[in-house]
Ligand binder design. Structure first.
Ligand SMILES: O=c1ccn([C@@H]2O[C@H](COP(=O)(O)O)[C@@H](O)[C@H]2O)c(=O)[nH]1
Length: 237
């Protein structure tokens, strides 16, 4: 499927950032048929959530295993080999060359897609400088995207702010997945590089990752559906 063929509804990835498998299953039940793609990250994975990947896949849902791996190449290769057996659609690694190379090797010919996290959406230029980098966020995101492309990575995680520049670098060969999404009026929390769903899609994002604005809402299903409607409108669908 080309990125242009992805249905508007399937472009929303809801982050199941919840404290237990019971809480995640309750959220999945509330969202029902509306949401087709979920993300499992640190909070749920470390609370016994990894088996949910297979359970969701068996129900026809897609799962993004946001494990943000970063280790010596061999360990990343073996870790990705294990994740490939869980039934996830995407797994994340940090965008360091050894890490990405190891991940691509571990994926082999499996259907699992490797996403490289370029620069976390909670970082701005000052945060990067405090961490010892001399490059700006946009410079580092673009440099890492070029490395990821050469290494055979399948997609990139960035903020929607960088998507336009990334498309020029990687074309439509790589999926562009953007957290840092905030419907108008929602609290940004710790996110520093943010955009509304409609603007992110108009900028060229393939998938939007949304956590707190959905899972902390009084009516998560209504918010998820409103985001999907905004996505559809931005696509002219
Ligand atoms: O750069 C990144 C990479 C991953 N994330 C993850 O996305 C969600 C966003 O949640 P919100 O509640 O919508 O802020 C969260 O699970 C992060 O771990 C990211 O935000 N930025």
């Amino acid at each position: 499927m080309t990125p242009a063929e992805i249905a508007p509804k399937d472009r929303l990835i809801v982050a199941l950032d919840l404290p237990s498998v019971d809480a995640a299953e309750a959220m999945i039940a509330r969202l029902g048929d509306s949401v087709t793609f979920y993300k499992i990250g640190y909070q749920l994975a470390y609370a016994g959530g990894l088996p949910l990947i297979g359970k969701l896949a068996d129900k026809g849902k897609k799962v993004f295993a946001d494990l943000k791996m970063h280790d010596i190449g061999n360990t990343v290769t073996r870790g990705v080999e294990s994740v490939a057996k869980l039934g996830a659609t995407f797994v994340t690694v940090h965008a360091y060359p050894q890490t990405m190379k190891g991940a691509v090797e571990g994926r082999g010919s499996a259907s699992l897609k490797i996403l490289a996290v370029t620069v976390l959406t909670s970082y701005n230029d000052d945060d990067l400088h405090a961490a010892g980098y001399r490059l700006s966020v946009s410079e580092l995101v673009e440099a890492r995207a070029q490395q990821a492309q050469v290494l055979g990575v399948d997609g990139l995680v960035s903020s929607p702010e960088e998507v336009g520049a990334l498309r020029k670098i990687v074309g439509h060969q790589m999926s562009l997945v953007t957290p840092g999404i905030r419907p108008a009026g929602s609290a940004s929390g710790d996110q520093k590089r943010i955009m509304t769903p409609g603007r992110a899609i108009a900028a060229g994002a393939d998938y939007l990752v949304v956590g707190r604005p959905v899972v902390e809402a009084a009516d998560p299903k209504a918010i998820a559906e409103a985001i999907q409607a905004e996505i559809a409108q931005a696509l002219g669908a």
